[in-house]
Design a protein. Structure first.
Ligand code: UD1
Length: 336
């Protein structure tokens, strides 16, 4: 059985990926510092799969903790999710973001190099494209200057990995996620935003649940059919499965070059108002919303060209937007 380390494995995408790894027959080891996740997620993973992953509470920006882990564990691949991810907070606390997101990445790669470990998958983001000149966005679209320190950690992270692949023969894949939403169909795991949600779907579900009074739709004067901004919302379970596909590509040595990037989205864009309507229809809820000013830093439209990911990863999305919204709602109503 191949043993896969999932850093940040108790977080939103990490926990769904841990489940899919176990379902695919991998042995999962999770590292999480619990800075933005709860330990009970571990039990909730095992409720779904019947198996509790091995868990280590480790702060990856502490080099001695990273070294100690690798001294005692041999692993066949790493899926690296552990990172801070709040765009606004990163503007206020750039050094914390660089220390956490870049420091932990460097320490992991050093251990991989020194111990001759291989197969690294990195959580990247479509944020690296900024407002792309052409839609849908292909992997060859130019990288635009980052809008935030968070976005910069993804760009620099990719560069650090690419340099390491070149110098040390590491094989790695960066997955550029579009907008992950939804939850596991069992509603045992899902997104747990701290405080007031910044992302659209948790704000929508919390508003429908009566936790928030009203959803603010940020701007209806964009150059789009209904004036609201367009994104590519992908079900988190489909996204999790893309990691298994990428891992299998590396383990079976089918990668074309030792550093590859793939877009992970549905290929379909939805506007904010389309999401509101689709949510209302899928869940039979009425959503209280109003149009307000644009949010600073937001782009007009982003959705993926998934041709290369579909072909090379032999992966495609299986779930609909409605299923994703319904699963997010089921997860929300399951929270006490
Ligand atoms: C954001 C991050 C991105 C990150 C991604 C993770 C920014 C600028 N970008 O993407 O780097 O990778 O989350 O999921 O924060 N919206 C509303 N009302 C709300 C919340 C959002 O109208 O209360 C709109 C936004 O203006 C946007 C869309 O909904 O048009 C999606 O927003 P969000 O879920 O925050 O994702 P992104 O901004 O695309």
């Amino acid at each position: 059985m191949k043993k896969i380390l999932v850093t940040g494995g108790l977080g939103f995408i990490g926990s769904h990926t841990a489940v899919e790894l176990q379902n695919a027959g991998f042995e999962v080891v999770i590292i999480d510092d619990l800075s933005n996740a709860k330990l009970e997620v571990l039990n909730n993973i095992s409720k779904i799969t019947g198996k509790t992953p091995e868990f280590h509470q480790i702060d990856l920006k502490k080099k001695d903790q990273v070294v100690a882990f690798f001294e005692n564990n041999t692993i066949d691949g790493i899926i690296h999710f552990a990172a801070f991810k709040a765009v606004g907070e990163s503007v206020q606390k750039p050094l914390e973001y660089y220390e956490n997101n870049i420091g932990s990445l460097v320490y992991l790669l050093q251990e991989m190099r020194d111990r001759k470990l291989d197969n690294f998958i990195f959580s990247s983001s479509c944020t690296v494209y900024g407002q792309a000149d052409e839609l849908p966005i292909t992997e060859n679209a130019p990288i635009k200057p980052a809008e935030s320190p968070y976005g910069n950690t993804k760009q620099v992270g990719e560069e650090i990995i690419q340099d390491t692949c070149k110098a040390n023969g590491l094989n790695a894949i960066a997955l550029r996620y579009f907008n992950p939403i939804g939850a596991h169909e069992t509603a045992n795991i899902g997104e747990l935003p701290l405080g007031v949600p910044q992302n659209l779907i948790p704000y929508v579900t919390q508003t429908a649940a009566g936790i928030r009074e009203q959803l603010s739709v940020f701007g209806d004067d964009y150059n789009t059919p209904d004036g609201t901004a367009i994104r590519d919302y992908i079900h988190v379970v489909d996204l999790a499965k893309a990691h298994i596909a990428a891992l299998n590509r590396l383990l079976s040595k089918k990668n074309d070059t030792n550093f590859e990037v793939f877009n992970v989205g549905t290929g379909k864009g939805s506007s904010v108002l389309e999401i509101v309507k689709a949510f209302e229809k899928a869940t039979n809820q009425n959503l209280n919303y109003k149009i307000v000013e644009r949010r600073a830093g937001d782009i007009t439209a982003a959705y993926a060209d998934t041709t290369i990911a579909n072909e090379k990863l032999n992966w495609k999305t299986e779930k609909t937007l409605e299923e994703a919204l319904l699963s997010a709602w089921k997860w929300q109503t399951n929270q006490v």
